[in-house]
Design a protein around this ligand. Structure first.
Ligand SMILES: [Zn+2]
Ligand SMILES: [Zn+2]
Length: 225
């Protein structure tokens, strides 16, 4: 099977995906990190609730900017959500992101133990008391860090929050989940795929996850009408 172009993948039907699942479809990790996908995040427009686009800061644009092509809502600039009371922790074992409440910790403490709610791993983390205006990482609730808007591609999956930044990201996860054979990349950085939580990589969730992804894609189509 030849490589499919992105626009072809977009229109894959669920039956086509199921067919792939039955065949020995091989996924090859391209090694992209999350930074490859994060430049444009699809979020729920705060004005009209349609799919809008958040451009995250980069070398050319220093400020985040949200634009809705439906209602022409737009907003530029920082509106950080992260207060100094909460620190975002990335679990060193499973890469889940969760909150560490710092408000009750003595100010001198340098390290704290905190248990990952997803895998129970005990993380020892450096406590940072002042995260205000730094933004922190994106969070487990799948809201953007600048304006606190819900990601468009976001849904509940067996008590986990399944999300993607945008369609390209969602397609990549779909390709990976579809595949019976999964090949690792050789790059030196951990890829977005390698950082996916175990319930996404677990093959027993394959079919249900693909249905979930399919529903998320249809959500877009309905809203375009
Ligand atoms: Zn709008
Ligand atoms: Zn964990």
């Amino acid at each position: 099977m030849g490589a499919m172009r992105p626009h072809e993948r977009r229109h894959q039907t669920f039956s086509a995906i199921k067919k792939k699942m039955k065949s020995d479809y091989t996924y090859k990790d391209k090694g992209n990190t999350k930074w490859y996908y994060i430049s444009k995040i699809n979020v729920v427009c705060p004005k009209c609730s349609n799919k809008s686009t958040l451009n995250t800061p980069n070398q050319n644009q220093r400020e985040p900017e949200i634009k809705c092509s439906k209602c022409y809502y737009s907003k530029k600039g920082y509106e950080y959500l992260v207060s100094s009371k909460v620190q975002k922790i990335v679990c060193e074992n499973c890469d889940s992101i969760f909150d560490l409440e710092t408000k009750n910790l003595p100010k001198r403490v340098k390290k704290a133990n905190c248990k990952c709610p997803d895998c129970n791993h005990q993380n020892q983390v450096e406590v940072k008391f002042d995260l205000y205006k730094k933004g922190g990482m994106y969070n487990q609730q799948a809201k953007d860090q600048y304006f606190g808007l819900d990601f468009w591609y976001k849904t509940n999956f067996k008590n986990n929050c399944f999300w993607a930044y945008n369609l390209e990201h969602l397609n990549e996860i779909e390709e990976y989940v579809t595949a019976g054979v999964r090949k690792r990349h050789l790059g030196e950085y951990q890829s977005m795929i390698e950082k996916l939580p175990k319930w996404i990589s677990s093959k027993k969730n394959r079919e249900e996850l693909l249905k979930t992804i399919d529903k998320l894609k249809k959500k877009t189509a309905e809203n375009k009408a």
